[in-house]
Ligand binder design. Structure first.
Ligand SMILES: [Zn+2]
Length: 345
């Protein structure tokens, strides 16, 4: 009986060592340690033994059971670890593979133009000022020397909310608001970018919504030559040092005298071509000395204070700078168009 038990132990341990899976191991456990297993069977035969032999055999049988159980447990641990390692090996992520590039957007061309202009003027001591797009008739027209019924209002037909409230037709009301805030005291140096609205039919050069950027300087002894010098710095910075500027007399209700500024045509160098309509010059912006009435309406003593103002369309600047032939490209948001202004490419 003793020998039979030892044989069973050796047999079981050999099988355990050879087992290759948890299932196989479990089958061995059931076969040797189960109720129908050979060890149980041996123990059943103990009734035939003498009283002295019985406890000795009982102890041995338990030893054998214990030895097999310990071996199974050890093997099970080993198999489980191997399974984990295998899983790790098959599911490993290759961190050396290149990642999917993140798509980065870019600034809208008009934003780039406006920021470029802002940076230039901030460098000259200007501050950026903003105002509401839904504006009072007073700030949009009256405070700018355009009383009700003034014929020049026809040039700026807009979208009215009520008789007294409209979508602003220019960024100039920001000038009126800023002057009012300063309560008749100088100096003021501001640049005002923003969206404006006019009742225009959209075509290649007109849009019912567009951008403007304006500048205003108010102080003592501000002269026309200051305006000219400022615009010259602006033109050369935006379009190149080789460009010339010229000022032509013009009319705006809120400036006196008023001028329009042209820059020399880059394509023909001033000789005349189709881009400059054979004139050698390209119109860029309107400007002038702030009208005394505008200063007085905002509470300034026009004998003590003078100022200049200028205004331009970022779309026009962008069209000239980047060679864009239709203003509507800026608003239809075609990615193929916008992508061309990506800094990365
Ligand atoms: Zn030309």
């Amino acid at each position: 009986m003793q020998e039979r038990l030892k044989e069973l132990q050796e047999e079981a341990i050999q099988k355990i060592e050879q087992s290759a899976s948890l299932k196989e191991l479990n089958d061995i456990r059931v076969a040797y340690l189960g109720k129908k297993g050979p060890i149980t069977e041996v123990l059943r035969g103990m009734g035939k033994l003498s009283a002295e032999e019985r406890p000795v055999m009982g102890a041995l049988a338990n030893e054998v059971r214990e030895a097999i159980a310990v071996k199974i447990e050890a093997k099970q641990k080993g198999l489980e670890e191997a399974a984990v390692l295998e899983k790790l090996a098959t599911e490993r992520i290759d961190v050396t593979l290149p990642g999917r590039p993140v798509k980065v957007g870019n600034h809208h061309p008009l934003t780039r133009i406006i920021e470029e202009i802002e940076d230039l003027f901030i460098g000259m001591g200007y501050q950026v000022a903003e105002g509401p797009e839904v504006e009072q008739d007073y700030y949009n027209f009256e405070a700018l020397n355009l009383p009700k019924g003034h014929p020049a209002r026809d040039m700026q037909d807009s979208f009215y909310i009520t008789e007294e409230i409209l979508l602003r037709t220019h960024t100039s009301p920001v000038q009126a608001r800023t002057m009012e805030k300063h309560e008749g005291k100088g100096p003021i140096k501001i640049i005002c970018p923003g969206k404006v609205y006019r009742r225009d039919n959209d075509d290649a050069t007109h849009s019912h919504q567009f951008m403007q950027i304006e500048g205003l300087v108010v102080g003592e002894n501000i002269r026309m030559s200051d305006l000219k010098g400022t615009l010259e710095v602006f033109a050369k910075k935006m379009f190149g040092d080789d460009r010339e500027i010229r000022l032509r007399p013009s009319f705006f209700p809120f400036t006196e005298p008023s001028v329009e500024m042209d820059i020399s045509c880059k394509i023909c160098g001033g000789k005349g071509c189709s881009v400059c309509k054979q004139t050698g010059w390209i119109e860029i912006l309107g400007a002038g000395m702030v009208h005394p009435n505008v200063l007085e309406m905002a509470g300034y003593d026009s004998k003590k204070y003078t100022g200049f103002a200028f205004g331009m369309g970022p779309e026009r600047i962008a069209m000239l700078k980047y060679g864009v032939d239709d203003i509507r490209h800026f608003y239809t948001n075609d990615v193929r168009f916008l992508k061309q202004f990506s800094v990365e490419e």
